[in-house]
Design a protein around this ligand. Structure first.
Ligand code: C5P
Ligand code: C5P
Ligand code: ZN
Length: 460
């Protein structure tokens, strides 16, 4: 075990000692897949330790919410997948708290479990669900929850930097192979649940020119591979293909991509490591970590995180059907959002590109649309910034690439700097960050951010 992991465990032991002193605690978590899995992990661990809890899911932690919590005055609040950016407020309202998070810390508290405190990077070494899994491990034997920890970090795209999970994420994966298993396979989304031609048609990461969005071309390609493609066979999913059919399709696809101008970087990304939840049924979203995390995002980002949490805690049937309904709505919103960006275009400045979704794309998913558009219609040499309307201002989501980060890009720092001037609030990670700014400040924001980014990104 690495030194960082040992230090995290020591801190988790202290946090767990505090938790065990209480009969009932308040839980506060983020509405995305990482936040929902974090909530489910700590809630299961508390149930097993016979400790009661109240759950609260939020879009973002700010002073108002901390003040409301202080009014409720719980014996102990456990923040998961958020909190590290608001430690000063947590202190000033004297909220007795444990914070299990992976965002850049701002301020200090004693019971703080965060990789940045131990020399690790919270954008790829461990996520909120991972820190919370380490915490849960100090509350009892909760090894079976490792699969949820992996779903959370996959939801935060932590595998992207190295094409697979590394560091503490890897340690969680490798020590719990009886519940979660890595598998090298085609990297496209939907292997468990989509017919193969739909999986190709909706490819976004990597985006396949000529196939993405073109059903006929996808069906033709599969017929050329020699797959049985009668009306009955048309619905076969990737998991229904034989190993030989999978191999033939993958090599044919690689050849197709080479002939159709896909970059060699993206071609290498067509095959990657995926993560299989061994206790889940084949052919369901929950069997595959990427599909599972999308199912959870489809609940939380529409203010129904409790449904995702119940699925994580083992509820199926009606709850799962509710989650699936939310998922089809989420997919439709993503397709509409991507079409909006394609139709309205992206404006390029010297050091960034941006689009303004107004009230067309919900602010809770504009970051996902920005990330996906960056692969399809965006310019990968510039960070992409998206705006969406909020009642009292603008939501901003920013996404970069690993190459830009290597050249100096740090979106969390850039957004924080600009927000300080404009009385907004922002943070996140080097490669992906978000912010809100007050009404009327959009133009200032754009120009100031472009200028800050010009000081960060070095020429190659
Ligand atoms: O709030 P949080 O830390 O959970 O979110 C991380 C965000 O960063 C996710 O929206 C994820 O999609 C994004 N990300 C990314 N590329 C990476 C790593 C993270 O777009 N390489
Ligand atoms: O909302 P979005 O998906 O764009 O968020 C990207 C990253 O920025 C996430 O890690 C999120 O927690 C963080 N963020 C933040 N402060 C905000 C908005 C987002 O730290 N006001
Ligand atoms: Zn997270």
């Amino acid at each position: 075990m690495t030194e960082k992991m040992v230090l995290m465990q020591e801190r988790a032991t202290k946090c767990a000692e505090e938790i065990k002193k209480h009969d009932e605690v308040q839980l506060v978590s983020h509405i995305d897949a990482d936040g929902i899995t974090s909530a489910a992990i700590i809630a299961k661990a508390l149930e097993r330790a016979d400790i009661g809890y109240e759950m609260m899911f939020i879009k973002q932690l700010d002073e108002n919410i901390i003040q409301k919590l202080a009014d409720i005055n719980p014996e102990l609040t456990i923040f998961t997948d958020l909190g590290s950016g608001q430690l000063e407020h947590i202190n000033s309202y004297k909220l007795n708290s444990v914070v299990s998070d992976h965002h850049h810390p701002q301020g200090n508290i004693e019971l703080h479990l965060n990789p940045h405190l131990f020399g690790a990077n919270g954008s790829y070494e461990i996520s909120g669900s991972g820190t919370t899994f380490i915490l849960a491990s100090q509350l009892g034997d909760n090894r079976d929850l490792a699969d949820l920890a992996i779903v959370g970090c996959v939801g935060d795209m932590q595998y992207r930097r190295h094409g697979q999970l590394v560091s503490m994420n890897r340690c969680i994966l490798d020590t719990n192979r009886d519940v979660i298993s890595p598998k090298k396979d085609i990297s496209l989304f939907g292997k468990q649940t989509r017919p193969v031609y739909k999986m190709l048609q909706y490819s976004s990461d990597p985006f396949i020119p000529g196939l993405a969005g073109n059903e006929d071309a996808c069906i033709e390609l599969l017929s050329n591979v020699g797959l049985q493609f009668s009306d009955d066979e048309k619905w076969r999913r990737w998991i229904d293909l034989s190993e030989d059919e999978k191999m033939r399709t993958t090599s044919f696809l690689i050849q197709y991509c080479m002939q159709n101008g896909m970059s060699s970087y993206n071609i290498t990304r067509l095959v990657s490591e995926g993560y299989i939840l061994l206790n889940e049924q084949e052919g369901t979203e929950m069997r595959d970590a990427t599909e599972y995390s999308t199912l959870l995002n489809a609940t939380g980002r529409y203010m129904r995180a409790e449904i995702g949490m119940k699925v994580c805690m083992g509820e199926r049937e009606k709850t799962y059907r509710q989650a699936q309904d939310l998922l089809s709505n989420h997919r439709k919103n993503l397709v509409d959002g991507l079409n909006f960006v394609k139709d309205n275009g992206i404006i390029q400045l010297s050091h960034m590109q941006y689009f303004d979704a107004g009230n067309y794309i919900p602010e809770t998913i504009v970051g996902i649309v920005a990330g996906m558009s960056h692969f399809s219609v965006g310019n990968r040499n510039l960070p992409i910034i998206a705006f969406a309307d909020k009642d009292d201002g603008y939501k901003i989501s920013a996404r970069g690439t690993q190459e830009l980060v290597n050249r100096g890009l740090n979106l969390a720092e850039a957004l924080k700097t600009v927000c300080k001037e404009l009385r907004g609030a922002g943070g996140g990670h080097d490669i992906a960050a978000g912010a809100t700014v007050p009404l009327g400040k959009k133009e200032d924001f754009i120009h100031m951010l472009n200028s800050v980014l010009s000081t960060q990104i070095k020429r190659t």
